[in-house]
Design a protein around this ligand. Sequence first.
Ligand SMILES: Cc1cc2nc3c(=O)[nH]c(=O)nc-3n(C[C@H](O)[C@H](O)[C@H](O)COP(=O)(O)O)c2cc1C
Length: 358
Amino acid sequence: MTIPERKDDHIRFSLEHDVQCTVPAGFDDVTFIHTSLPELSYDELDTSAMLFGKRLSFPFMISALTGGSPTAERINAQLARLAQDAGIAVSVGSQRAMLEDGSLRPTFEMRAYAPDALLFANIGIAQLIHLGNDAVHGLVDAIGADVLAVHLNPLQEVVQPEGDTDFRGGIARLRDLSGDASYPVIVKETGAGISAEVAEKVSFLDGVDVSGVGGTSFAAVEYHRAAEPSARASARTFWDWGIPTVPSIIEVAEHFETIIASGGVRNGLHVAKALALGASCAGLALPFLEAVQNQGPGGAEALLAQLSRELRMAMLLTGSRDLEALSRRSVIISGSTRTFITDRGFSTEYYARKEEFT
Ligand SMILES: Cc1cc2nc3c(=O)[nH]c(=O)nc-3n(C[C@H](O)[C@H](O)[C@H](O)COP(=O)(O)O)c2cc1C
């Protein structure tokens, strides 16, 4: 099977089957302190955010999805237009296919449709290990990207029969590349979350996208793709493997200032909670794919309108005129997220009384 065929499979299986984690991302365990006297007007709220030197109208990102096939080309063009019109960030999917066949570059073309958007290039750590810095710079330049996200996907690679499972030397490659790159380099998970230990090891990078458990499960995607009963059984076993998104944001926050929260972000209140926990921006992958594929550009616009309305509602109800104020708001952390983070040595009191500390 070629890489473009596999990419189309990922899209098809994600849209046609249930590929959601059964473990929640943790947003329901996070509660804002309601403000009954906000002293603000809904119309004066400022949702703009700075990310990697570019101003976004909203702290939203269309996370990495695809590239490499005619279907991918059409999806990427639609997502890019949406990002441009809404003033949000957007990413291409893994550029591995383009490395192997340069003629596939147009399927990753987002810049032509999104001249001003903050655009992320994307390559896997398993590929980066075998690439020279110039080849990587070439991938970023070829699509006019602002930032490179190196995806970390050991779960996906190990559950798929054709996966690349040699990750040795990854940290050294990231260090060497980031020292040589003229653009910011971040790491990004693909639905299994990033721990404090991993964040510390790559803290020389410019940011991190946690992509935790709670949204799309790549083990689930591979479960539906697997033909072999034993491969299917193993993918089922690891369906919910990883660190949920909310604990992962807290895990990486000690080591990074720039954090993208993704993995199960499904509404504007989730975005607001992610920002109060320390994220600068929140990414969604499958909801944007479903919107453009099932309902067309109008569906994606409706999703964006819902996200922005709910973010603004959360801002008003916490008395936050802008995202800087929202980032200082206290939150109570309960349930299994509380158990997870307190057992890992993080203080829930800090989050519950943040306004005293910040
Ligand atoms: C069909 C599909 C393809 C994806 N391809 C990539 C990819 O090429 N590179 C990458 O870094 N992440 C990829 N992802 C992972 C997403 O960017 C995101 O981290 C993950 O789906 C969790 O977000 P969600 O719960 O909003 O879907 C893909 C996700 C889906 C659903």
